[in-house]
Design a protein around this ligand. Structure first.
Ligand code: ZN
Length: 396
């Protein structure tokens, strides 16, 4: 069975993955540190075999049967150049050809990583192209390495090429006037932000843990510049935020901003490291959170841009919970009911969940600031720019 959405009028869903991405090998290390004094060799998280296990769970549960499984082509030089300098591309190619090493800042790569990174970017370009062509309505790019930290001239935080930044540029070249990029990875999407900071054609909304990574990146005051003033929205949530906080942001900030902006395409940097089991963040979300956020943004795509939406896999470093989270998002995209999460009860009762009560006022404050200005923007999209004025007066 392939592609239940083949009947007339039924949405078609695409799943992009490729063996090349599994061959991205960041080498041995612990978390973000390479092997060194007192750092014992350990397999890095978030790449093979974690990804294979996640895709395996989808197969076991027959969820991939609802998708058209696509094999992406590696991005061309011309496509990579949409977001990167020639020097950066040459640096990655040469380093990988020599066996790999540190490609930038906390961005180790191996011999196969240059092709993996091209394939990850190519998957996003292909997904956007095929969604815009109407071949598919919703797409998920299950890729490695991730992309949202990568800047024009350097690799950062496991990210080599900015997969969604390249894809957004490809969409603009294909005639799209306005692209919304929603980034819910627990870390700030500094790379995507930098690519479109002065570009009013791309509304970038990042929901992330305040002050996590990169340090000092993604504050409420970072609201865009020049013609792009107001089309960058950062929602830094305090550590310990969880299910209710993230859904409140979806309801109060993302919906209002998206409705005012009226995107023609929505891209989602779908990091899964906002979960309570993730070693790289301190947020308290669960598979239920990811399921409801996915449903929410898909509904917005249905309402605002004929359902055109592309998800790209980003962070997610809990080896045991990653498959459950990928399944939650993948099932929600194809409108399947909630899948049983064997970890949910334990996660919902973690002592850390109580942190949310202490953070509630702060979360309301963040939402209030954005909501007041975005509501004004709903009647006049140009007044979206005014959000920057008030955000700049906010002091933590
Ligand atoms: Zn992340």
């Amino acid at each position: 069975m392939s592609g239940l959405g083949d009947a007339v009028g039924v949405p078609r869903y695409a799943w992009y993955s490729d063996e090349a991405c599994y061959w991205h090998d960041p080498g041995l290390g612990v978390g973000f540190l390479p092997v060194g004094p007192d750092i014992q060799p350990l397999r890095e998280f978030g790449s093979d075999p974690d990804l294979r296990r996640a895709e395996g769970l989808l197969r076991k549960n027959n969820i991939l049967d609802y998708y058209h499984c696509q094999r992406p082509c590696p991005a061309t030089d011309a496509e990579l150049l949409l977001a990167h300098s020639p020097g950066h591309i040459a640096h990655i190619e040469a380093l990988a050809a020599n066996g790999g090493g540190e490609a930038g800042i906390y961005a180790p790569i191996g011999f196969h990583s240059a092709l993996a990174a091209r394939t990850a970017a190519g998957a996003c370009v292909q997904a956007v192209t095929e969604v815009l062509a109407g071949t598919f309505q919703r797409a998920y790019c299950f890729i490695r390495p991730p992309g949202h930290h990568a800047e024009r001239d350097r690799a950062i935080g496991f990210c080599i090429y900015n997969n969604l930044g390249i894809a957004a540029h490809a969409a603009l070249l294909q005639g799209v006037q306005r692209v919304l990029i929603l980034d819910w990875d627990v870390h700030h999407g500094n790379g995507i932000q930098s690519l479109f900071y002065d570009d009013p054609r791309v509304l970038f909304i990042s929901i992330h843990q305040e002050g996590l990574f990169p340090p000092l990146s993604g504050t409420l005051r970072d609201v865009g510049d020049g013609e792009g003033l107001g089309t960058t929205i950062n929602v830094p949530l305090p550590a310990g935020s969880g299910h209710d906080a993230y859904l409140a942001v979806m309801n109060q900030v993302v919906t209002t901003a998206a409705s005012a902006f009226r995107p023609e395409l929505i891209l989602v940097a779908a990091g899964l490291d906002l979960s309570a089991h993730d070693p790289m963040g301190r947020q308290m979300c669960t598979s239920q959170t990811l399921r409801l956020m996915t449903q929410h943004i898909c509904r917005l795509a249905d309402d605002l841009c004929d359902g055109r939406i592309v998800f790209a896999h980003e962070g997610g470093y809990s080896s045991w919970y990653l498959p459950i989270l990928v399944r939650a998002v993948a099932a929600a995209i194809v409108n399947l009911p909630e899948q049983a999460d064997p970890f949910l009860h334990a996660l919902a009762n973690l002592p850390g969940q109580r942190l949310q009560k202490h953070q509630q006022r702060r979360i309301e404050q963040v939402c209030d600031i954005h909501r007041a200005h975005l509501l004004a923007a709903a009647s006049d999209p140009r007044s979206l720019l005014q959000a920057s004025e008030v955000s700049s007066r906010w002091s933590p």
